[in-house]
Design a protein around this ligand. Structure first.
Ligand code: S5P
Length: 276
């Protein structure tokens, strides 16, 4: 067995001081305070329904992930209420926008249009495909607001092209940009291979494609269990969508399922720390 990545042996609380970005610090503080490494992805098409899901799962999560372009009833009132809930229930908002254009265009997509993402979302993400200009473009908007950015270094879907040299170059690009704005990665593994917390370098790895029941869907999604993701792959945050909001049985069932994933994710984290 290969040695565990040193970052995975540190408690979330001890990693806070390794970050200067306010969003990264807040994520780690919430994880420690609420004993949760669970992010829920609320991929429903009604914003009103999304808020109902958030109220049910809010106590169990460190983060709520949205795709604001799938809501048919998107409005500024929705983001106002989401921000209010994020304060009341203590979670970070992550708009999963997956920016993928030149710096000038993404800075406009991030700040403007109908969604004005930077005004309400603590965290967003980008594909490194266009090169480092995408980070610069997003940083001009997000960094003064204390927002954070994740780069997509790998994807959970079958046949993804984000592998090997692409993944390595994504990490190098983040490293070169520095950690003032880029705080980590969407990835399936510990892609920050030689980053050493002893030298003060810490990255957050967030992994989607997590499910306790299904192994995948008919469109290429692939699921692993929280244990596989947190212990074997060494990810810091598990992202669960349909496994939670899609569960049958009504409001209480969704709340219970979020709590079940929180407990599974936290147990796995405690087990990974005990490997010392
Ligand atoms: O590689 C990825 C990256 C992301 S951000 N694979 C993913 O599935 N996602 C997102 O995570 C995806 O867009 C969706 O919002 C969520 C997974 O949803 P689930 O219902 O399959 O758990």
């Amino acid at each position: 067995m290969t040695a565990p990545h040193p970052t995975t042996l540190l408690p979330y609380a001890e990693r806070i001081k390794l970050h200067s970005n306010p969003t990264a610090r807040r994520i780690l503080e919430i994880m420690d305070r609420k004993k949760t490494n669970l992010a829920v992805s609320v991929d429903v098409t009604s914003a009103a329904e999304a808020l109902e899901v958030v109220k049910r799962v809010g106590a169990s999560v460190c983060m709520v992930k949205t795709h604001c372009d799938i809501f048919e009833d998107f409005s500024p009132a929705f983001t106002e209420e989401l921000v209010r809930l994020s304060k009341e229930l203590d979670f970070v908002i992550f708009e999963d926008r997956k920016f993928a254009d030149i710096g000038n265009t993404v800075s406009l997509q991030y700040s403007s249009g109908v969604h004005k993402i930077a005004s309400w979302s603590d965290l967003t993400n980008a594909h490194p495909v266009p090169g480092p200009g995408i980070i610069k473009g997003l940083a001009t908007v997000g960094q003064p607001l204390g927002r954070g950015l994740l780069l997509l270094a790998e994807m959970s879907s079958a046949g993804s092209l984000a592998v090997g040299g692409y993944t390595e170059q994504t990490f190098d690009m983040a490293r070169k940009a520095g950690r003032d704005f880029v705080i980590g990665f969407i990835a399936q593994n510990r892609v920050d291979k030689d980053a050493s917390p002893e030298k003060g370098e810490d990255w957050l790895i967030m992994s989607p494609g997590v499910g306790l029941a299904a192994k995948g869907d008919s469109l290429g999604q692939q699921y692993r269990t929280p244990r596989e993701v947190v212990i074997e792959a060494g990810a810091d945050v598990i992202i669960v969508g349909r496994g939670i909001y899609g569960v049958q049985g009504g409001e209480q069932a969704v709340k219970d399922e979020a709590e079940r994933y929180r407990v599974e994710g936290w147990k796995a984290y405690e087990e990974r720390l005990a490997r010392k």
